[in-house]
Design a protein around this ligand. Structure first.
Ligand code: NDP
Length: 251
């Protein structure tokens, strides 16, 4: 049987590690040609080689999506080199935790720049292509999958600004979903709980110490990639609007 995503092109931001890398592999396994965007070229090239060895096609795009021009150029290169854009996975993100009082302001800036503005820049650049993909091909829909977090639903002590950015991703996604529903562009929100990736490692040592052992058994990046793959492989008349996924033990 033909792979469900054959003939489609997906751009995944933050594809150099964690959930983004696992998602790129999962979508490639479903037949999508994938564009891999992040700052670390060696990791992207390693993943592209793996995808190639498994019979897929991948394009490496080294970029910093907090720069509006680089975000737009990542979308433009995907369309120029791979011919179209059917799926955007807005995954790149950073989580810097700790009490708000005396928090380093640059950490807040980094989270807003990437989790909010970076996502918006990619969404803005991709929308004309997603709308065209959905309009042109009656067998397909186009998808934007935005990665939020459990923190996009529940703010807790120590995650205030991270939660602010992820609540914002949820608000933008729901508004855009309503705007595009009639145009066969599906906008989905994925809200993972604790997942074993590099995400927490960017925190200051004193914050990391506090996080140790907090979550018990975490999910794997592949568990979230499974969810994203499920969302984008639904038939044309089915739109999964939102998925909140926690490890079994997480409260
Ligand atoms: P990782 O730290 O493993 O991945 C983050 C990715 O973002 C990396 O590929 C990184 O690549 C990329 N990135 C960072 N800065 C930029 C930038 N300026 N431009 C382009 N890419 C950038 O973490 P996860 O895989 O866990 O995180 C993926 C998403 O999942 C995030 O949005 C996160 O908030 C969300 N999430 C994760 C949870 C978890 O427990 N792991 C729970 C809930 C949500 P590079 O450094 O090469 O640029």
């Amino acid at each position: 049987m033909k792979p469900v995503l054959e003939g489609t092109v997906a751009l995944i931001t933050g594809a150099s590690s964690g959930i983004g890398a696992a998602t790129a592999s999962a979508l490639a396994a479903q037949g999508a040609t994938v564009a891999l965007a992040a700052r670390r070229r060696p990791q992207l090239e390693g993943l592209a080689s793996e995808i190639l060895e498994s019979g897929g096609t991948a394009l490496v795009i080294e970029c910093d999506i907090t720069d509006q021009e680089q975000a737009a150029s990542a979308v433009d290169r995907t369309v120029a080199e791979l011919g179209r854009l059917d799926t955007l996975v807005n995954n790149a993100g950073v989580m810097l935790l700790g009490p708000a009082a005396d928090a380093p302001l640059d950490e807040w800036q980094r989270m807003v720049d990437l989790n909010v503005l970076g996502l918006l820049y990619c969404a803005h650049a991709a929308l004309p292509h997603l709308r065209r993909a959905a309009a042109e091909d009656p067998r397909q829909v186009a998808d934007m999958v935005n990665i939020s977090s459990v923190a996009g639903r529940f703010a807790r002590v120590g995650n205030g600004v991270y939660a602010l950015t992820k609540f914002g991703v949820g608000a933008f996604s729901e508004s855009l979903r309503q705007e595009l529903a009639g145009q066969y562009v599906r906008v989905s929100l994925v809200e993972p709980g604790a997942t074993a990736t590099e995400l927490a490692s960017h925190n200051r040592p004193e914050v990391l110490e506090g996080l140790r052992g907090q979550f018990g058994l975490r999910m794997e990046a592949g568990d979230i990639a499974d969810a994203i793959s499920y969302i984008v492989t639904r038939p044309r008349h089915v739109a999964v609007n939102e998925m909140l996924i926690r490890p079994t033990e997480q409260q």
